[in-house]
Design a protein around this ligand. Structure first.
Ligand code: 5GP
Length: 262
């Protein structure tokens, strides 16, 4: 497969065309951004960990019949993905209140929700990804009623699966963001999960200590992002040996890069 020109550059990823019109290459950058790009940094090794963690989760979802854009991981930083027509909505799934909902609605951080809550945000950086209602999606034609119903079912399956997967490794799945896209399959349009799932897009708390193992370490300037993401990768069984990707420890980082380059 030949890598072609850059199609799109986002905050944490770059999408390149390939010589196959329906496939693209997704490159995971080390860039970290928060608060609508107001806080920025480069965290050595983050892209490598997210590539591997997202591959692991999406492969598991594929195995339970959830269609995703992942075709295969190519190397440390790249995956082959199906090119989809992205639905311009960020679907936020919450099991425990944290982050924006606590500020918006005055709900106490850590409140366990009776049922998973699905929120919709318009994917628009200039507007700061505003929260929208299902009615906005229908009124402005961003997705059809049928598509939303289908996506909600898929989201609840993903959530159930991921809660169990993380609970099994001593991690609470607090919330996460998903994106979906449309692809043509035998003359009809199908919906697929078309985004990474990683500690960049989820809130993950250690089940015993509630230590944050996700991007909040960057958002809240807590430090130790790479050790936290490494911990998630280790518990998922992606890293078997004693290894820690620490931005200040180049030896460890090269060891990790070697390990992951299988
Ligand atoms: P909140 O609305 O509390 O900021 O985010 C809820 C969840 O969705 C968190 O797990 C957060 O990481 C994820 N999320 C929401 N918007 C974005 C986004 O634009 N980029 C990323 N990487 N994650 C997001």
């Amino acid at each position: 497969m030949k890598k072609g020109k850059k199609l799109y550059e986002g905050k944490a990823k770059i999408i390149y065309s390939t010589n196959n019109k329906s496939l693209a290459i997704q490159y995971f950058k080390d860039d970290a951004t928060a608060f609508n790009n107001q806080k920025k940094s480069k965290i050595d090794g983050k892209g490598i960990l997210n590539n591997r963690i997202s591959e692991h989760i999406l492969e598991n979802l594929n195995q339970i019949g959830i269609k995703t854009h992942l075709v295969k991981r190519l190397n440390m930083r790249e995956q082959v993905i199906k090119l989809a027509e992205i639905i311009p909505i960020e679907f936020i799934v919450r099991n425990i209140a944290s982050g924006s909902i606590t500020k918006r609605l005055g709900i106490e951080d850590g409140t366990v929700l009776k049922n998973p809550l699905i929120e919709y945000c318009l994917k628009n950086d200039e507007l700061g990804d505003p929260l929208i209602a299902e009615e906005h999606i229908l009124t402005f034609g961003w997705a059809t009623k049928k598509e939303i119903e289908k996506i909600k079912k898929i989201i609840l399956r993903i959530n159930d699966f991921m809660i169990g997967m993380f609970r099994g490794i001593g991690i609470k799945l607090v919330d996460f963001k998903l994106e979906f896209g449309r692809i043509k399959s035998s003359n009809k349009k199908d919906i697929i999960l078309a985004d990474e799932i990683s500690p960049d897009t989820c809130r993950l708390w250690d089940a015993l200590t509630e230590k944050k193992l996700d991007k909040d370490r960057f958002r809240k300037s807590l430090g130790g992002l790479i050790p936290a993401y490494t911990e998630v990768a280790k518990r998922l069984g992606i890293l078997h040996e004693q290894s820690n990707v620490n931005s200040s420890n180049v030896t460890n980082l090269s060891a990790f890069k070697k390990k992951i380059k299988k």
